[in-house]
Design a protein around this ligand. Structure first.
Ligand code: TGC
Ligand code: FAD
Length: 386
């Protein structure tokens, strides 16, 4: 069955270079990652070696300039996220956190020494990074975080905990956000720093091919050189989130496309009442509706990429994309699952795995509610978060 995005000839909107990067990433993932991802999801782990493989592929921090990063277009980065999430949201999540949260926070807010120390190693996958903003009691509302950093001579002492942190247990360096007497600040906490520990979160029903952890900071002493010098308000971590949310706008299309493709393939070969189920009008309605939804989502993603490339993309526009595309993707993944009948609940097929992962994607990087409120704020000028 054809790629559903071909119906509107959407790939013809892409430039040659972006298309080449997309197909290189897709081919690598088909050969090396897709065959194993079901096993990782079932086992609830992500092999650390994948980081170096993804580094060789060039997708870690690929949209950043310098320090061993490829400096690709925003579209190419989005398309890579799409192909990564077509395999599994956990793989895209790894790349989003490494490139758009860990590396971007250092690239945008770090000192030259911090950039030299960390960015080349993070780009190659020799080091892994994470980004700790959420706490056990504060997710949507990071402004009330309890993690505190207090000056002690020329050092800082950090206390607090972060929760639900992607790559936490794998990370060689954590970007940790803390409140201080001077406002919100970001700190680079290397693995092994006394008082810093991580605990992986087990028994997840979603995002199983991904490491999600608690970060614990007990009297962690850091020199001032560990502070990100250019991060001087909560706007800094929220600016990093814009980068990762942009990747999710594309990534969600990947999970949706893969779910729809699985349903199309299955519907063409599954015979009931003496004909392929693809021949029933109700099945065609589902397939057609999903194709319209995924095509709309892709066009929206490409539009946002163009805005990003021309330097005018605003946070509320990213909210439109994150809200719309993740909601569309989870609806498509669930609908696709129905076409597979009982087989749809097996790990052998991707739609239910995607749907389960998308429950996390719906929640992280700002829940759908938060993005709707951001859109409402932009429309009315009245913030209604609190
Ligand atoms: P508010 O007073 O509105 O803003 C505080 C400061 O931040 C600025 N700001 C932004 N800057 C850039 N981009 C944005 N999207 C921004 N949103 C706000 C704002 O201008 C202000 O700057 P300044 O310099 O004046 O201080 O803050 P608020 O407390 O009212 O909250 C606003 C709200 C609710 C939108 C914000 O708190 C929010 O986005 N909450 C959601 C939190 C969230 O998304 N957490 C994600 C954690 S990381 C994660 O989930 C990784 S998942 C793994 C993966 O990506 O794969
Ligand atoms: P809450 O904020 O408690 O929200 C609970 C419910 O209340 C939601 O439905 C929400 O929409 C609703 N709600 C909250 N406020 C309002 C309001 N003002 N109006 C209307 N409804 C509201 N965080 C990191 O910092 N780094 C990471 O790497 C990271 N990775 C993650 C990986 C996974 C797999 C998951 C599941 C989460 C991850 N997170 C990470 C955390 C994620 O960002 C938070 O879960 C998210 O921001 C929501 O916070 P919460 O879970 O505390 O929900």
């Amino acid at each position: 069955m054809q790629d559903p995005l071909q119906l509107l000839d959407i790939p013809s909107l892409l430039g040659d270079e972006d298309r080449d990067i997309q197909s290189t990433v897709a081919q690598y993932l088909t050969d090396h990652v897709r065959p194993h991802v079901g096993e990782w999801f079932e086992g609830g782990y992500l092999p650390r070696e994948l980081a170096q493989e993804l580094g060789k592929l060039g997708v870690l921090g690929m949209h950043l300039e310098g320090y061993g990063c490829a400096g690709t277009s925003a579209t190419a980065y989005g398309l890579a996220c799409l192909e990564l999430e077509a395999v599994d949201s956990g793989i895209r999540s790894f790349v989003s956190v490494q490139g758009s949260l860990s590396m971007f926070s250092i690239w945008k807010y770090g000192s030259e020494e911090q950039k030299q120390e960390w960015l080349p190693r993070l780009a190659s996958g020799d080091a892994i990074g994470c980004f700790g903003l959420t706490e056990p009691d504060f997710g949507s509302n990071p402004k009330d975080m309890r993690t505190r950093a207090v000056r002690s001579g020329s050092d800082w002492i950090l206390n607090g905990s972060k929760m639900w942190i992607t790559n936490g247990g794998l990370a060689d360096v954590a970007t940790v956000w803390a409140n201080t007497d001077e406002g919100f600040r970001g700190f680079l906490v290397p693995r092994g720093t006394p008082g810093f520990s991580t605990n992986d979160i087990k028994h997840k029903l979603s995002m199983r091919a991904s490491v999600t952890s608690e970060l614990v900071l007990e009297d962690v002493r850091l020199p001032d050189s560990a502070r990100l010098p250019l991060a001087t308000s909560l706007g800094a971590p929220l600016t990093c989130l814009n980068e990762a949310r942009f990747g999710i706008v594309f990534g969600a299309v990947g999970a949706a496309r893969d779910s729809l493709q699985a349903a199309l393939n299955y519907a063409g070969s599954r015979i009931q009442f003496d004909k392929p189920i693809a021949g029933f009008q109700l099945t065609q309605r589902k397939l057609a509706t999903m194709t319209v939804q995924v095509s709309n989502a892709m066009l929206l993603a490409l539009h946002l990429a163009r805005l990003k490339e021309q330097g005018t993309l605003r946070p509320e526009q990213i909210s439109v994309g994150k809200y719309n595309n993740v909601e569309a993707a989870i609806s498509i993944a669930r609908e696709a699952r129905t076409i597979l009948g009982a087989n749809g609940i097996s790990l052998e097929y991707s739609p239910l795995r995607h749907a389960n992962n998308l429950e996390s994607v719906l929640t992280y990087e700002g829940t759908s509610d938060i993005h709707l409120l951001s859109i409402g704020h932009a429309l009315t000028g009245i913030p209604s978060f609190r």
